[in-house]
Design a protein around this ligand. Structure first.
Ligand SMILES: [Zn+2]
Length: 451
């Protein structure tokens, strides 16, 4: 397959009239006659005259108008939370409104409804420009806590949902043993519970990697998993994700129980390092930042969820400067829009510091396209050998017109609604116009679940 990208974001910069060739889901050739460098060696983007897309004119053409980006990575998702959007904001949307609704939805899921909801949620993600997702999956058992006949039935529902939606999936079966620092789980948490790491590893062992699926592990948090169990998960060698210091109460509880911060607890359990992704990392000490950075631990910031839940603003720039790859996740699905997520990283820091200019747009796009936390280091760049993921945005929409069709357009002007076409592993999985059907699918899945 041969495509001409009107304008594209390549590793070296923005280029026009980029010709890409794709075989077996990978780029075999990337030619960029339009790439220009200035005297300092930096790439100088030419002034760009955006062409407004009309209807389906690109449908049968090999020329993609607009600005094409590498595929974006969603490094933290709970697919079923999509059923909570809007509903948890009722009566001012307190934390308790959210918690009550979350448990109500979790309590209704079965393998069929989980599949239907996750497929629709993953289709929304693909339509927004995410080409891979890490699913932090903790609804394992029947509502009363008894395993399904196939103990991995809920996991398999997610794998099947992602395959049908066309998104790569990094499934993270999650260990959840306690309602908080050794306390037994509450009744509504029984379906989340494995008491020991070995039980979770047995579940993971029953699932298989393939070219588009990775099976990793997660520990819910230092609240829900004891230090010795964290150490067992970390020693397994798979990818490991864990919620970290999302709210101050977790830090206080951890100090009371163990005398250390959650980050120090993870470090002592051998759970930090390049295979680990910590999610949120909102409330950290200077020592925590150094531990995460020195170990090369990835951070998943989820700013649209963190602001929805009132968590706070994490030190993304400091973490990056300390050595952490910083990525983004849609987490609670309050918003599914990688562009909004990326600009929120910068805009949150502006609010917190009362100063502009923490991240460049290019740094943010690169953060968004970092697929290493998903176990797909070969995705996220338009270059020879990489997985052929392409996300094209309209540069002439009411939001993006006149913004220069550069990285700043993607991060500071575009929304998910400007995505016109998405390719994953060489396969087109979304075209503008598909969104109406995705909306209907979401509505049906959520109505059936809640009825
Ligand atoms: Zn989460």
């Amino acid at each position: 397959m041969r495509l001409v990208l009107e304008r594209a974001l390549l590793p070296d910069g923005i280029a026009d009239d980029v010709v890409v060739e794709i075989e077996d889901g990978r780029f075999t050739s990337v030619t960029a006659p339009g790439l220009e460098r200035n005297s300092r060696g930096a790439v100088a983007a030419r002034e760009f005259r955006s062409t407004r897309l009309t209807g389906d004119s690109d449908r049968d053409s090999d020329r993609l108008p607009g600005l094409t980006l590498p595929g974006l990575a969603n490094t933290h998702s709970h697919a079923f939370h999509r059923a909570l959007r809007g509903r948890t904001q009722r009566e001012r949307g307190t934390f308790w409104t959210w918690r009550e609704q979350m448990y109500a939805v979790a309590g209704r899921l079965d393998p069929d409804s989980y599949f239907a909801l996750a497929r629709a949620a993953y289709r929304e993600m693909v339509a927004a420009g995410y080409t891979g997702v890490a699913e932090f999956h903790y609804v394992h058992h029947r509502p009363d806590g008894r395993p399904y006949d196939d103990p991995a039935a809920m996991s398999r529902a997610l794998v099947a949902a992602a395959a049908e939606a066309g998104i790569r999936l990094t499934l993270l079966p999650t260990l959840y043993s306690s309602s908080g620092f050794g306390e037994p789980v509450e009744p509504e948490q029984e379906r989340f519970r494995h008491q020991r790491a070995e039980d979770l590893l047995a579940l993971a062992d029953g699932l298989k990697d393939d070219d588009r699926t990775r099976i990793g592990l997660a520990a819910h948090s230092v609240r829900a998993v004891a230090p010795d169990q964290l150490a067992t998960l970390a020693a397994d060698g798979r990818l490991l994700h864990v919620h970290l210091s999302e709210q101050r109460a977790e830090n206080d509880g951890c100090r009371a129980a163990y005398g250390v911060t959650p980050t120090r607890l993870l470090a002592d359990a051998g759970a930090l390092g390049p295979r680990t992704t910590v999610v949120h990392a909102t409330h950290l000490t200077d020592e925590d930042v150094a531990l995460l950075g020195d170990s090369g631990t990835t951070v998943s910031m989820c700013p649209t969820t963190e602001r929805d839940l009132g968590d706070g603003i994490g030190p993304a720039r400091r973490l990056r400067d300390a050595g952490c790859p910083v990525t983004v996740g849609s987490d609670s699905q309050a918003v599914v829009d990688p562009f909004e997520e990326l600009r929120a990283v910068e805009l949150g820091e502006r609010l917190a510091t009362q100063a502009r200019g923490h991240w460049t747009a290019r740094e943010l796009v690169d953060a968004g396209a970092d697929h290493r936390a998903l176990g797909f280091p070969d995705a996220g760049a338009i270059e020879v050998g990489a997985r052929a993921d392409l996300v094209t945005i309209d540069t002439g929409s009411v939001r993006t017109a006149g913004t220069g069709a550069a990285e700043e357009t993607a991060v500071f002007a575009a929304t998910a609604a400007d995505v016109t076409r998405v390719m994953v592993d060489g396969r087109v999985v979304f075209r503008r116009g598909d969104d109406e059907a995705i909306g209907r699918e979401l509505a049906t899945a959520i109505e059936e679940l809640l009825s």
